[in-house]
Write a protein that binds this ligand. Sequence first.
Ligand SMILES: [Mn+2]
Length: 379
Amino acid sequence: MRLLHTSDWHLGRTFYRESLVDAQRAFLEHLLTVVQEREVDAVLVAGDIYDRAIPSLDAVALFDHALNSLADLQVPVIMISGNHDSPQRLGVTSRLIERAGIHLRTDPATCHTPAVLHDEHGPVAFYGLPYLEPFLTREEMAADKPTHEAVLGAAMDRVRADLATRPAGTRSVVLAHAFVTGGRTSDSERDITAGGIPTVPAAVFEGIDYVALGHLHRPQKVTDRIRYSGSPLAYSFSEAGYAKTTWLVDLDADANITIEAVPCPRPRALNTLTGHLDDLLKDHRHEHLRDAWLHVILTDPQRPINACAPVSLAPFSSPSPPRTAAPHTVPPTPNAPATAPNSRSPPVSSTTSEAATPPPPPNRTSYAGRSRPPAATTP
Ligand SMILES: [Mn+2]
């Protein structure tokens, strides 16, 4: 059975103030293409479908489009709510869409009720564990403590108890939204420290053939059978240094697995520039970053007033007009990175590596946003 594991769509999220609706739609179209071309048997979405408990209308429309398209392809889908989703709001139509083969699990009470799919080798039981907030779910899960490990451990005990009642040879897949010990974070996950220690040991998933995790936005494996797909798009500059992917997982008759990473479309490059504003604005060596999203760390001795304005308003003394329409103005906001320049003259540094994106020292100013349009070069 061939599975496609994805998570953390965060529909409706913006990249700083830039809309990602088009990029998210492009990802969903890519997903549908992969499902068809690679003959996927089931799609797994491990939580954080939406970015907010009350999603924007654009986000709701995207989700509706995704569900209808997947149902049209008649590919079963197993999905769970994440810590960004409102389980009640997201799950309101779950019983109805179950009839279309979309198994959306948002209620902790359904943890141990699998969606069972069959291939020529027999059944595969898919258990969707919604994000379990320790204080809210402790009682229902009959966990001894309000911790992530306790509530998820209790849910997994129920899963194993159910699995033990299934026919011998039943293969098992669990979807969960959690921070598993050893996982590497980025800057775009929301902290889930509620309940003390935010992490749970991988051992909690003992006995399961494949665990499709969501929450961490970097694609990674905890073990060969326990993996994060990561988010399909970068949601912070800390995610510049690696590709976004989904996992194509082949589960054979004996529950051996073969994994392939499928790269997601990338809407724009991410890059970081450091230097004095005037220098950055004039440096033509950054021409190739014209369409990038830039994190600009300004080292001017004094913080430039409204530093994003000159970038967005095409201030360059150039003889020809910009080649593309100017992007919206991104007013500078404290703690938000900013727009940057394409220009000539020596920048202090330029990098795509997250490791090389240091937090600005106190006397620096940091802004973010999309690269300005073209500064035509003047010889
Ligand atoms: Mn997330």
